[in-house]
Design a binder for this molecule. Structure first.
Ligand SMILES: *[C@@H]1O[C@H](CO)[C@@H](O)[C@H](O)[C@H]1NC(C)=O
Ligand SMILES: *[C@@H]1O[C@H](CO)[C@@H](O)[C@H](O)[C@H]1NC(C)=O
Ligand SMILES: *[C@@H]1O[C@H](CO)[C@@H](O)[C@H](O)[C@H]1NC(C)=O
Ligand SMILES: *[C@@H]1O[C@H](CO)[C@@H](O)[C@H](O)[C@H]1NC(C)=O
Ligand SMILES: *[C@@H]1O[C@H](CO)[C@@H](O)[C@H](O)[C@H]1NC(C)=O
Ligand SMILES: *[C@@H]1O[C@H](CO)[C@@H](O)[C@H](O)[C@H]1NC(C)=O
Ligand SMILES: CC(=O)N[C@H]1CO[C@H](CO)[C@@H](O)[C@@H]1O
Length: 344
């Protein structure tokens, strides 16, 4: 429209010019044409400018698409290419990332297990993020936290760099997992998160570990600091010197309740991709960790932890009322817990 108008006025200026020629009129028409031209040019420039910058913003992050990873079709929902806000994945931009969550219970060896996983260059497990009550106060907070973790934007001492190939966290069943299981299962399925269940077979040993840990929270046996995990045999010995008294009235109901929780959790998460790992099995045979690395689809490495086991050897050395406990468990399905012994 504007173009036509300016051309028309130019034509009329050329045709009419020679006949009727007041200089003022010619100048006015000339000025009008110039203003029109400048106006049109400026609009053109503006449009080119915005479209160019808009183009850069939307096109740059997806520059060249990553080549199709060499994976089996069932794996596709579990392979991700996060774009962290806090850093660039640089040379590993096109390396796929797997999401996982270690679902466990307190004093089941999950701290040790996590340090083993974190000794792998491509695995980053961010610890017990949901021990913080605010982060698990409702489903939207949980989802927001998980989104941040899986987008590689959660900063913790475990965060690795651009070449993380498996990202996750440690999550205790009593930290909102059981309470919000429906929504969490839904999240795991839609976002492609794999679950690693880590349980302990000998629940009596677990109970002793819980009681000793609770006691140390107050007593702080190691030079006035409370420690849940130790790195030297000397420290382990000091912590194990405390022998808890187990209330035998509560023993059976408590063991039963832990078993029920475990069974329920497995039932809830049955439809998610998962693996079940037992602490005792890893202690006995480290090659079990290959199964876990296979599950996470990371290259196989020799995993290490500096943590030292606290309660070693026969259980009877670790409690005050061994005789009562023996009596309470004789003839129950839990009798085998009395004998389970293993070295490390
Ligand atoms: C969830 O919890 C957070 C923090 O406690 C709160 O700010 C937010 O309003 C809650 N959201 C819903 C939907 O309840
Ligand atoms: C693992 O990390 C290394 C660098 O630390 C990187 O070169 C390698 O590509 C990563 N592997 C995977 C599968 O992402
Ligand atoms: C406690 O402190 C003493 C002296 O400061 C030190 O020799 C000892 O190793 C410490 N023990 C532990 C378990 O840290
Ligand atoms: C064991 O627990 C029960 C129930 O809490 C309590 O009534 C009982 O006194 C406890 N026994 C001992 C020896 O502490
Ligand atoms: C999970 O589902 C499978 C079949 O879909 C079933 O065989 C198995 O018993 C279930 N496990 C639990 C713990 O519910
Ligand atoms: C350790 O476990 C692997 C499989 O996870 C098995 O092949 C191997 O025989 C086991 N080794 C021992 C000593 O039990
Ligand atoms: C060709 C083209 O992409 N034109 C777009 C330029 O930007 C404006 C608004 O920013 C869009 O409306 C045009 O479609």
């Amino acid at each position: 429209m504007a173009d036509d108008l300016s051309c028309f006025s130019k034509d009329s200026f050329l045709i009419k010019g020679p006949k009727n020629s007041p200089l003022v009129l010619r100048l006015i028409v000339l000025m009008f044409a110039m203003v029109c031209g400048v106006y049109i040019c400026s609009i053109c420039l503006k449009q080119i400018g915005t479209n160019n910058t808009a183009g850069f913003l939307t096109v740059e992050p997806i520059q060249k698409p990553c080549p199709e990873p060499n994976i089996e079709p069932w794996e596709v929902p579990y392979v991700h290419y996060p774009k962290p806000k806090t850093f660039s994945r640089a040379e590993c931009d096109c390396k796929p990332v797997r999401y996982f969550a270690i679902l466990s219970m307190q004093r089941s060896g999950s701290g040790w297990f996590e340090t083993l996983l974190n000794s792998h260059t491509n695995i980053s497990s961010n610890g017990e993020i949901f021990s913080n009550k605010i982060r698990r106060s409702n489903v939207s907070m949980i989802v927001k936290t998980l989104d941040q973790v899986y987008n590689l934007d959660w900063l913790s001492s475990a965060s690795k760099n651009e070449c993380t190939a498996a990202i996750g966290l440690k999550w205790m069943l009593n930290q909102g997992v059981m309470q919000h299981h429906k929504e969490i299962v839904e999240y795991f399925k839609t976002q492609g998160v794999s679950a690693i269940f880590l349980f302990r077979r000998n629940l009596l040993r677990r109970m002793i570990s819980i009681l000793a840990n609770l006691y140390d929270r107050e007593a702080k046996l190691l030079n006035g600091t409370h420690k849940s995990h130790v790195h030297s045999p000397n420290e382990a010995e000091i912590l194990a010197s405390y022998k808890p008294l187990i209330n035998t009235t509560l023993l059976l109901p408590n063991l039963r309740q832990v078993e029920e929780t475990t069974a329920k959790a497995l039932e809830y998460f049955n439809s998610t991709r998962h693996i079940i790992v037992f602490y005792e099995d890893i202690v006995k045979n480290r090659t079990k960790l290959i199964d876990v690395q296979e599950f996470l689809r990371v290259p196989h490495k020799n995993l290490r932890s500096r943590q030292v086991k606290i309660h070693k050897g026969s259980l009877q050395n670790h409690v005050q009322n061994w005789d009562d406990i023996q009596k309470a468990l004789k003839g129950t399905p839990y009798e085998s817990f009395l004998h389970g012994d293993y070295r490390k």
